[in-house]
Design a protein around this ligand. Structure first.
Ligand code: NAD
Length: 246
């Protein structure tokens, strides 16, 4: 799909990787709309980038916002499901005998934020694409955690679910002219990575990565662009991890 002249919706695009992806799509000529629940970050967006307040875990709100956006812009050609929350908690914490096991409520919260959100947004956007008989591209931002990351039961399970939905949708929706792919970043040099991991763990990751460094947000954005632009890529989960998982 040509990005020039297309309409792209990026969830969680008010900051972090999503903001870099939004800028990349805009530089290539797309009209970009960013959906996020962080109102302060939305208010700080460049003037030429449209922001809308949305909690992507709420189906009814998502349906309403998508309808309004399509009435305003005519269509949504590209959906980038980027919104997510990195979450780490060990399955067993023997240092906390009172609450030793992974909290179930926090497990559910992480699944909702990282898996339900992708289902909800895709469902709301694809419904409109099918009703209006328009083609489109869905890009899900997954993670190499989908392989199973120590200390990340919920987040890993959610991202594995995102990968499975990516492949499922590529089979179901391909015949309707809607492609679906995912990008699975490794450890990216971002605020969220530095908040989630100690400096010693980051050094350990770097020394285990063949390229000996963290990834850049722009490298994730370039992968997103290539999956949108290449019309024969469908059902791909593209790792952007410097070779960490090979
Ligand atoms: N940073 C990394 O190294 C890395 C690695 C692998 C995968 N990822 C994935 O990339 C995506 C972006 O991560 P990031 O590091 O930029 O995170 P981030 O926390 O910097 O940004 C996430 C954005 O999503 C928004 N968001 C969160 N929940 C939302 C909701 N329910 N509704 C609407 N907006 C919501 C936040 O407000 C924020 O603007 C996530 O899906 C994450 O799992 C990140």
């Amino acid at each position: 799909m040509e990005l020039e002249g297309s309409v792209a919706l990026v969830t969680g695009g008010a900051k972090g990787l999503g903001l870099t992806i939004a800028h990349y799509l805009q530089e290539r000529g797309a009209k970009v709309i960013v959906a996020d629940l962080d109102t302060e970050a939305l208010a700080a967006l460049q003037e030429n980038m449209e922001g809308c307040v949305l909690d992507v875990t709420r189906l009814d709100d998502a349906k309403t916002v998508i309808k309004e956006l399509i009435e305003r812009h005519g269509c949504i050609d590209v959906l980038v499901n980027n919104a997510g929350v990195i979450y780490s908690e060990a399955m067993v914490n023997i240092m906390n005998p009172v609450g030793m096991m992974h909290d179930y409520h926090r497990f559910r919260q992480s699944i909702t934020a990282n898996l339900d959100s992708v289902f909800i947004m895709t469902s709301a956007v694809v419904e409109q694409m099918v009703m209006r008989r328009t083609k489109g591209v869905i890009i899900n931002i997954s993670s190499i955690s989908a392989c199973g990351n120590e200390g990340q039961s919920a987040y890993s399970a959610a991202k594995a679910g995102v990968n499975a939905m990516t492949v499922t949708w590529s089979k179901e929706l391909g015949r309707l002219g809607i492609r679906c792919n995912a990008v699975a970043p490794g450890f990216i040099d971002s605020v969220s990575t530095h908040n989630a991991l100690s400096e010693s763990i980051i050094k350990h990751i770097q020394s285990n990565t063949p390229l000996r460094r963290l990834g850049k947000a722009t490298e994730v954005a370039k992968a997103v662009v290539s999956l949108i632009e290449n019309d024969f890529m469908n059902g791909v989960v593209l790792k952007v991890d410097g070779g960490l998982t090979i």
